[in-house]
Design a protein around this ligand. Sequence first.
Ligand SMILES: [Zn+2]
Length: 440
Amino acid sequence: MITNVRSPRSAPARQTSLREHNLALVLGELADRGPASRARLAATTGLTKATVSRLVETLTEAGLVTELGRVSEPARGDRRHAGAPVGRPGVAVGLSPEGPLGVGIEINVDYLAGCAVDLTGTVRHRELVVEDQRGSDLAAVLDRTAGVLGRVLDRAAADGRAVAGVCVAVPGLVEAPAGREPLLRLAPNLAWRDVPVLDELRRRLRSGAAGKGADFGRLRMTMDNEANLAALGELWGGGHTVDGVPPRSFVHVSGEIGVGAGIVLDGRLFRGRRGFSGEIGHLPVRHDGPRCACGANGCLERLAGQEAILRGAGLALEPSTAIGSPAGSVAELVARAEAGDPRALAAIDGAATALGTGIASLVNLLDLDTVILGGLYAALAPWLREPVRTEIDRRVLSSRWAAVRLLVGGLAGEAAMRGAATSVVRRVITDPAAWLAAGG
Ligand SMILES: [Zn+2]
């Protein structure tokens, strides 16, 4: 769904779409490089100053761009703004924090969360319901999820803000055929199969149970796997830099209760043919390893998943997330590791070796130079990092002359929800003409 939105910035410009193309070009510059004067926008986009001024006026009237006051241009030699004029202060324009909001909803195993972000990716509203959904009735979970969504929409409406859409993150396989509504095929930890989550939520919202202030007729809703959205969250809001610029190609490996990965190639999510990519949890790591719920043996999830780490550490705790259960299994594992508990450290080390083996396979296959550890693995990074690195260095053919960078996720457990919400506003940024045409 998300990567099927083709950026007008990368499409050939037909005469009729020239204005649309240039609107996206200017807005994309402001999103990727931050506020800039019209003169600098002209220099970095190659458009004339007069054209930039007209485009900025259109974007300002649509509420997507705002004037931010005078700023000094960056010094000569700033690689991000090469070619820009220097030395003259100008009136900077930037993405408007008062523009449309994107709403992200996350259905997780032990919590439901929602947020609204503005065009700059800043969170404006948050909702959280902590409740273990395992063994819960499907209809009851969907009722609660619609409640979370409705409250976020109500708060946006109370602030007089337009909502550009909703994206729902789910802990399972999402089939997303082009042009058709995505379907949740399987959520193993919730025991859900073939659930049309978006239809179910829409039905509940229309029934008036929640979100009375929203215009559901116009509300575009999408859904994706949580690991995919977490990777996008880290791409857009993780605050990572490699050699001074945000990494554009990486794999984000998130262990929460299951193990999943999101693969970002050249700034775009790699979803695979049907949307099922990133199932790193089922990479075979040890052919004679323990049997996995998928039917195979020795899958990464069985060796590096939270359940395996807890068992190895001798902790009889139910796996939980740090958000759903702040004093639960993750906190206990971290506390034991900090205290130097040998069983906990050995369990984390064993998981890290398996994790590094799985990651090395991905890196060898896709030639990635950056790996981001998220979720549980971010919490355990002080102990996981070195053994994961050792395994990557040992197994990645190119690592002798091109080291793989190992980063820790910046958004912790919020990555999927933030990625979901930000994917909505990114769609406005990559295609502002569509937002304008819809009466933005
Ligand atoms: Zn498996």
